[in-house]
Design a protein around this ligand. Structure first.
Ligand code: ATP
Length: 260
């Protein structure tokens, strides 16, 4: 079942610095939801709060009505949350298949003791997951790379591998942090098709942080715009692109960047 995500009055401080102030919005099950805003607006920090990597100072984050604020990332993974990172976090010396299989640890029965004993039922589960991982890589045009070491492959391929790893956990809530960053145009088009296919095939809610407005416009049902850690507006991508407050926020930031 695709997850419902609700944030209420989320605040995050680092020392005396306010990074997020009273941020709230709701993502309906099955939506593709965009989180946009100028550099430094707080998008990744908010993602880190949802995925348990940061603990907000106050507020509420619920997944399907269950409070998850402050819950550890590993526990959230068992509750159906998966994410990718702005800079893919992969084991560079391991193969693509080994990296993707790491996404399946939440689906293996038992715990570390059973895994180390390699019980019969576990090895069958492992075999099934391996087959599923290879199918997933094939569907994402990465089957050819399954046995290649990750450090032999390009940045764009790393992004695809990380997405496959996240999908192998069969998430009900998937967070994608700047999936298009550093990709050439042709690969962005492929990414858009992939996310559309994932939504059509899986019962899943997707939240995307992204600067690429073409991707946001092509994929999202709704967006929230953040600026200086606060919610500026929410609506459709088209509404955001024509909202004077959003235009002003981006122009203001460019002016600051230009002056720097
Ligand atoms: N661990 C941290 N310690 C201190 N400040 C932090 C930390 N993480 C983020 N910040 C600050 O929080 C603010 C928001 O950063 P964040 O990376 O969340 O923005 P962003 O919208 O994702 O930016 P970008 O689009 O450039 O990735 C920035 O001023 C940043 O310096």
């Amino acid at each position: 079942m695709a997850a419902e995500l609700t944030l209420t009055d989320v605040n995050l401080r680092f020392g005396g610095i306010r990074v997020l102030t009273e941020v709230g919005f709701a993502v309906a099950p099955g939506q593709i939801f965009g989180l946009v805003g100028p550099n430094g607006a707080g998008k990744t920090s908010l993602f880190n709060c949802i995925s348990g990597h940061y603990r907000p100072s106050s507020g509420s984050i619920t997944i399907d009505g269950v409070e998850v604020l402050g819950t550890a990332p590993a526990t959230l993974a068992r509750h159906g949350l998966a994410r990718t990172f702005q800079h893919p976090a992969l084991r560079l010396g391991a193969t693509v298949l080994e990296n993707v299989l790491l996404g399946a640890h939440t689906r293996l029965p038992g715990g570390p003791i059973e895994w180390s004993l390699r019980l019969r039922h576990l090895t069958r589960s492992e075999r099934e997951l391996r087959t599923e991982a290879l199918e997933l890589l094939d569907r994402n045009h990465l089957g050819w790379a399954a046995n290649r070491r990750v450090d032999e492959l390009s940045h764009g391929l790393h992004k695809g591998i990380e997405l496959c790893r996240a999908l192998l956990s069969r998430p009900k809530l998937l967070l994608l942090d700047e999936p298009a960053a550093g990709l050439p145009h042709s690969e962005v088009e492929q990414l858009i098709e992939t996310v559309r296919r994932v939504r059509a095939e899986e019962d899943i809610t997707v939240v995307i942080v992204e600067h690429h407005m073409g991707l946001i416009a092509a994929l999202t049902d709704r967006v929230v715009v953040l600026d200086h850690g606060r919610k500026l507006m929410d609506g459709t991508a088209a509404e955001a692109q024509s909202d004077p407050r959003v235009i002003e926020a981006y122009i203001g930031n460019d002016a600051v960047d230009d002056a720097a």
